[in-house]
Design a protein around this ligand. Structure first.
Ligand SMILES: *Cc1c(COP(=O)(O)O)cnc(C)c1O
Length: 367
């Protein structure tokens, strides 16, 4: 079976270094908010090209805490509208509603699955105070246009970069475009911990300082609480692991791009729609195709011992958690959710496995 993602094989590559890191943390006797976190924060800020990186417990908290910090700083206020793509993973929307802000869902562009300036403008109002471009599947949104528009309208941009570690355009990486950017280091992401972890990158010193407080009960000085914060810290152990895995990120992304390039040029089947992208702005967290015959293709590939997944089967506004959004109509997003399928892609995938996926896709036929 070609697994969709073999996390064990991915982490096995660093087994020795991870064990050394474990031992160092164990013997330090200091497990939260110490040197390993500081080191990783510095390394990741440098990697992204931002002044600051603030480690938190996971990607959802990175989004929640950034919006909460902007509320505390008075940059935005309760009830403000936040533009967000309708086809994102639900975490992006959860962060908005958790802060009593109003999600304004917009249709993605059909070719990139991402937010476009055109759709942003259609949904923009006087109440819009934040745009959250999600670099879905690993591809950067059209950030130059979005940032120029946000500056002109004097509103904030929070990148959801949870799937786009290292994606770059015009020399600017995911994480360095917006006023702030949220990252997830969930194990399956391009940069993944051995458990939950997340971070925010920014150049805003005020934001950095308040985030360091908010992630730690709203406290900077022990037992003095300035804000109603959370407990959302990135453990020393995970930070130490992430420093090791960060060394491989660029190389892994190149590997993902090479597989994607092969899929895009060698899969030739009228029943399967392939999307070709500029190489550098995409780190292929996922390789997504579209087909009217999704269930048939999934079954067919499964019979050929190829595991596929759907990202995501149900859009956020059709979830029971968001009954209040049930009435909105998103025909493009709904259709995307019916037709998308993610093929296996990862830095430990072998060329003969890539070959097998291509061959199987090319031999797919309906009856
Ligand atoms: C993974 C992900 C998140 C949430 O990250 P967690 O670390 O799982 O909380 C948020 N947004 C997007 C687009 C994601 O893919």
């Amino acid at each position: 079976m070609i697994n969709f993602l073999d996390l064990k094989a991915i982490n096995k590559r660093d087994e020795k270094d991870l064990q050394i890191a474990f031992k160092k943390v164990l013997e330090s006797g200091w497990y939260i908010q110490g040197e390993f976190l500081k080191n990783f924060e510095d390394e990741y800020a440098e990697f992204c090209g931002t002044k600051y990186c603030i480690g938190v417990a996971n990607g959802l908290d990175a989004l929640i805490l950034t919006l909460k910090a902007w509320l505390e700083l008075g940059y935005i206020k309760s009830g403000d509208e936040v533009i967000v793509p309708a086809n994102t993973y639900i975490a992006t929307i959860l962060a908005i509603s958790a802060n009593n802000l109003k999600p304004v869902l917009v249709e993605p562009d059909e070719k990139t699955f991402n937010l476009s300036l055109e759709e942003i403008k259609k949904n923009f109002s006087k109440k819009t105070k934040v745009i959250i471009p999600v670099h879905l599947y690993g591809q950067l949104c059209e950030m130059e246009k979005i940032i120029a528009f946000a500056k002109q309208e004097n509103i904030l941009v929070l990148e959801d970069s949870a799937q786009a570690h290292g994606a770059i355009e015009d020399g600017i990486k995911a994480g360095a475009w917006g006023n702030a950017s949220a990252f997830s280091f969930y194990p399956g992401k391009n940069l993944g911990a051995l458990g939950d972890a997340g971070a925010i990158t920014t150049n805003d010193k005020n934001l950095k300082e308040i985030l360091e407080t908010l992630r730690n009960y709203g406290s900077n000085i022990k037992y003095k609480n300035e804000y109603k914060g959370l407990n959302s810290r990135l453990d020393e152990l995970q930070a130490a692991f992430l420093s090791i895995k960060l060394k491989r990120l660029e190389e892994d992304n190149i590997c993902r791009r090479q597989i994607a390039k092969r899929y895009s040029s060698e899969i030739k089947n009228n029943l399967i729609q392939i999307y070709t992208h500029e190489q550098e702005n995409h780190v292929y967290h996922l390789y997504v195709v579209r087909t009217k015959y999704r269930q048939q293709l999934m079954n067919f590939l499964n019979r050929h011992e190829i595991q596929t997944l759907i990202h995501y089967p149900i859009p956020p506004y059709e979830q029971n958690a968001y009954k209040e959004l049930r009435n909105i109509k998103m025909p493009t997003t709904s259709q995307i959710h019916r037709e998308i399928l993610s093929l296996p892609i990862s830095p430990v995938m072998k060329q003969d496995e890539v070959e097998k996926v291509i061959k199987a896709c090319n031999s797919f036929n309906i009856r």
